[in-house]
Design a protein around this ligand. Structure first.
Ligand code: GUN
Ligand code: FE
Length: 420
């Protein structure tokens, strides 16, 4: 017997990046977790069914965060005067080593998972730490929340403290162990996660690319985030044509589904490679400001047809959830526009699309309320006086700019209401 869910309220989502699609005072019908349709009047065949009526509240797709570090959650908002490479050395590596301790990992990851769910992120692509047992705990904890995720054990075999690097062999072995254990999970799945080129030997990168192809598993990493980092990569990989080529020639750049976070300083050849090979580039604007990395030229990438999603990059980014990332993406695009008025600022619909449907395409059908999409949704409640005075579009903008978990009344993944 199929399971029918009927939800009533004001639905807002982005079929395309150009504009919001709005269904005021409507009924959404989901069958077995998938959207069947949105109707102004409930069709006769559903008349006997229970309706979950959210009244004057907004119902929007759940947020999809394409890049964040679970093992850095405790560090949010700390060390924010440093630049990337010093911040990693002075703060991040020191915290990540703690995840070898199971009790620490359990507590810290449970706290992360609670806050992630509360924030409205219902699908996430997550870096754990280099600890295989710690990463296994993160899989289990995220499974218990009911959200969807890709989770990666972080691969590193050089250029970081010994307490968080592994031998090449152990790093590959741990990766295979987690893939074999979790590859058939429905909601929380493995992703191959070389931290970034400088902490991976050629041998490790090649081994990871082989695994990606052998198991057909996606890949996530960092790319071209900071100028010192880009120069370091040039010194380390003298035979590579550019930073992207380090990943590309090892089958880690679009040969299977791929996410590359930041991608700020790409050369013309790299932009062409990104377009042709199809990794999703993940814009993490808060992180890029906090550790003084730079500004991704998002409008230029979108004009070229390169796929761009959004990430909080916790803990380079300081706030969990995507509200802040959407706002900052708009704000940073205005800074670019001040220097070059041919590059129009991003609109709210565009950043919302990046944080829902564009990001959702990495998980297949989520991030929209079109027929056939999974019903992954947030029910948003705002101040009664605001709700009375403003249009539903204005109310959504206000939620994105000023709202947080306190405004989220309910969360659904694949038609199931999640407990907090
Ligand atoms: N590059 C390599 N590791 C990291 C990390 O943990 N965070 C960010 N923002 N960039 C990185
Ligand atoms: Fe990151």
């Amino acid at each position: 017997m199929s399971k029918v869910l009927i939800v009533k309220g004001h639905f807002l989502y982005t079929r395309t990046a150009e504009k919001f699609t709005v269904h005021k005072d409507s009924f959404l019908v989901a069958v077995d977790g998938q959207v069947e349709g949105i109707y102004p009047v409930l069709p006769e065949r559903f008349k006997e069914k229970h309706v979950q009526d959210y009244g004057n509240r907004l119902i929007i797709p759940g947020f999809v965060d394409l890049h964040l570090h679970a093992a850095q959650f405790l560090q949010c908002g700390i060390g924010m005067t440093k630049q990337l490479l010093d911040w990693l050395e002075d703060y991040t590596f020191d915290l990540e080593k703690e995840f070898r301790d199971e009790d620490f990992a359990k507590s810290a990851y449970s706290c992360f998972a609670r806050k992630l769910l509360a924030s409205g992120t219902l699908r996430a692509c997550v870096f754990a730490s280099s600890s295989t047992t710690g990463t296994e705990l993160l899989f289990e904890i995220l499974k218990n929340t009911g959200i969807g995720a890709y989770v990666g054990k972080v691969n590193m075999d050089r250029n970081a403290p010994a307490c968080i690097t592994e031998t090449t062999e152990d790093s590959l072995k741990g990766t295979i162990y987690l893939i074999e254990k979790y590859q058939n999970e429905r909601l929380v799945k493995p992703i191959i996660t070389p931290r970034f080129a400088p902490t991976c030997s050629d041998e490790l990168l090649k081994g990871l690319g082989d695994i990606a192809l052998r198991y057909n598993v996606p890949v996530q990493s960092h790319l071209s985030e900071n100028i010192d980092e880009v120069q370091w990569v040039q010194r380390l990989f003298t035979s590579a044509e550019h930073y992207s080529d380090v990943y590309f020639k090892n089958n880690l750049f679009g040969q299977t589904k791929t996410l590359m976070a930041h991608a700020i300083y790409l050369s013309e050849d790299e932009k062409i490679l990104a377009l042709e090979n199809g990794p999703v580039l993940v814009h993490c604007p808060d992180s890029n400001l906090n550790v003084r990395s730079g500004i991704m030229p998002v409008r230029e990438y979108l004009n070229r047809g390169i796929k761009v999603g959004l990430g909080s990059d916790i803990a380079g980014g300081h706030k969990i959830g995507l509200n802040e990332a959407m706002v900052r993406a708009v704000q940073m695009s205005k800074l670019i526009n001040l220097d070059n008025d041919e590059l129009a600022p991003l609109t709210l619909a565009e950043v919302f699309y990046m944080g829902t449907k564009a990001g959702g395409s990495f998980f297949e059908r989520t991030g929209s309320f079109e027929k056939g999409y999974m019903f992954d949704a947030l029910v948003v409640e705002d101040e009664p006086m605001v709700a009375e005075k403003y249009s539903v579009e204005d109310r959504l903008e206000k939620f994105i700019y000023t709202g947080d978990d306190r405004n989220i009344l309910a969360r659904y993944v694949e038609g199931v209401r999640l407990e907090q």
